[in-house]
Structure formats: structure tokens, C-alpha cells
Design a protein around this ligand. Sequence first.
Ligand code: UD1
Length: 414
Amino acid sequence: MIAGGRPLSGRVRVGGAKNAALPILGATLLTGEPCTVRDLPNLTDIDVMRNILRALGARVEVFGSSTTVEAKHLTSQTVPEHLMREMRSSIIVMGALLARFGRVKVSQPGGCAIGSRPIDLHLKGLKELGAEITERHGYIIAECDRLRGASIHLDFPSVGATENIMMAATLAEGQTVITNAAKEPEIVDLQNFINSLGAKIKGAGTDTIRIEGVEKLHGADYSVIPDRIVAGTYIIAGAITGGNIVVENVIPEHLDSLLAKLREMGVELDVKGDSVAVSAQHPLRAIDSLRTLPYPGFPTDLQAPMMALLCLASGTSIVTETVFESRFKHVDELRRMGANIKVNERTAVIKGVPTLSSATVAATDLRAGAALVLAGLAADGITIVEDVHHIYRGYDNLEDDLRSLGARIERIGG
Ligand code: UD1
């Protein structure tokens, strides 16, 4: 429940990145020695990943925002179906398990309902490393002796496929080269983590990643990078409320594409070290064209939050979603709050309105939910956002953080 219409002010600190933490926790399966991963966000998806590691037989201990994993004696190479269904990222343990144990069984993964999200690129890459893959009764079984390095070209720079192939190739015999690799900062973080275990990976952050296979890895102590999508959401919260806030623990270059678009709209941004000061006075200007793209393009995960802001900009904005095919579920809900948006396939045309009005709306997925909270912060009156469990998959402290900036927001119900 949000009582909107108050400009936010103050400082807020961003925690560790979910999308870096998940593959890094998966990569702890590459070694039998203990790995401590720090700065983990407190999210249901992170719990699911810890439960997957436990179900495989790893020892998992949680100390505040740190987790220690020791995958010395694994008892299973099958990821339980109920855990696979809870989150798409569960697929990320495939490469590591296959590389270390020569066998893995998973079911088709679940996740946010934002498109069909196939895993063909993951499986194609693992096959090229020498895995035999069979798909039966909704399960995927991959088997191999030792994986062999290969040259793998991805048809699309998939984040998950790049991560899975990187992990598998770490323990393969010889060199693997991934071309048209995803360049997201989370891939660089995964490279840095696996290298801290003794792996030889170079090139993450560019479109060519080279992995020299090694026989064995050791343990490590590692802190994940801050979450650029949470940072971006808070920066937009400052702008949408016409507020004046400072977002701390940010790696500003991870947000270049967002910051450029916000400046185009007239939002004032002052970047100093690891903090971004945001101030905005409405009306902001519309944006002619915003296209989501793989990194360093505009992140699809910030498309919905940005659309909430564009609803209040003066003029007409055009947003094209190129990464996922059905990621406009927030549009109907924003319309309920008075937004003027027309959608034609993957393009949304947004005519700015002077104000949004409060309403009862429902979060259909994680980032759509964040967009509705942002809209609620700007709208006059009381907005109720339902189905907020989606939001807690990606934001661990949303109400507390927003309250610390002066928002009136409460979690009601279960
Ligand atoms: C990751 C992020 C997610 C983000 C997305 C794109 C995690 C845990 N999640 O998801 O928040 O929205 O990157 O930045 O890091 N595709 C295929 N075949 C495949 C794999 C992907 O066709 O084998 C397609 C997908 O359907 C989608 C596009 O490629 O249309 C992007 O997917 P991908 O980059 O793999 O995203 P995820 O790793 O699932």
C-alpha cells in the first residue's frame, strides 16, 4: 500500500546483485573446497539456489549476507523438480555439475512469465563441449566423460548460456572460445569469481571469452558486485517523485545507458565515485526512442520501471522491447492508473499525462511489479499493488529503503 505524491529525499544504499549471486553460487559446485560468497541479497531466489545446492548434497551455511558452500561430497546430480520450477536460473547449475561429475539431470526451468525463454543455446553449447544430451518426459539429462574445449558461437548473446558454457569449460580439456558472448557486468563478476578459484578465463565483458581448462579448482572468499537493476530502480524512484536522493554503492558505468536516457529527459544526475545523486523537476521530457538491448544497451530489466517514468513525461515516447517477446504486462496495470499507452507487438507508444491516479493493480512479474510501485509513489492517493511476492524475488529491502527516503509504503497481507 503506497500513499503517493511525496518527493523522496535522503540516501539509500544498494546491496549485492541477484543476477551475479545466482551463477556464482552455482559455480561453487566446480570445487570441493569451501567457498564463501559475500554481499548476497536476502531474496527468495537466493534461498532457492541454496536449497538446490543442499539438495545436491553440498554443505551450505548462511551467516548474515554471506554464505559458505562446500561441495565436497555431492550425493546427487539431479536438481529436484520443485526447485527447478521455482526459478529459471536453476538451469545455471547444469554446466558446473556436468564439468565436475560428468552427469546432470534437470527439468525444464520456470521463472518470470515474460516470454517463452528456451534453453536451446545452453544445450547447444554443452553439446559442443562433448556432452550427450537426452530430453525425456520433461527432463533433460546431460552426460559426458571429460568435456573437451571447443569454439562456440552463440546465435544470440544469452546471459545464462554464456555463464553455463563458461562454467562447463572451466574444467574441460583444452581451450574454449565463446564468440558473440553476453557482455553483462554479471558475466565479468562470474569470471572474476571462478578465476579466484584458480580458473583461467579471459575476455568477459567483451564478446569473446577464452577459457583454458584446468584439472581442479580450490576454494575462495568473494564479494558480489552491487545490483545495477536495484540501483536503477531507486534512481528512477528519485526522478518519478520529483525528489532529491543519493543512491550509494553503485558502479555508475554499469548504468550508462539508463543515465544517458534520464539526462535526455531532463533529470539531473551527479555521479561521484560509487554514488549517484538524482534530482528532478517535472515535467520531464519524453524520449523519441528507447530500445532494450543486451549490455551495454538499455537493460530489459529496467524497461518497465522506465516506462512508469515515461508515463509522466511531457510528449510522446516510443519504447521497443527487443530481448523478450512478451514483456509489456505492466502496460494494462499502468493504464488503470491513468497512463496513456498503446502497444503494437514489441513497441509501446506512451503519451505523457500530467498525473497518475491511484488504483489497485497487480504485479505480473518482478520488474513489472517494481514499475507499479514506482507509479504508486508518484500517483496521488493510495495505490495497492497486489501479488508482490514477484517483487521480493529481486528487491530485498524495498519498503524499508523507500521509507528511509520518506515514502509512505507498507506491506499489508501475507
Ligand atoms: C538474464 C537475467 C534477466 C535478464 C536477462 C536479459 C539472470 C538470473 N537473469 O536472464 O534478469 O532479463 O538476462 O538481460 O541473470 N534465449 C534463447 N535461447 C536460450 C537462451 C536465451 O532463445 O538458450 C533468448 C531468451 O528467450 C530471451 C533472450 O534470449 O529472449 C535473452 O535471454 P538470456 O540473455 O538468456 O536471459 P537469462 O539468462 O534468462
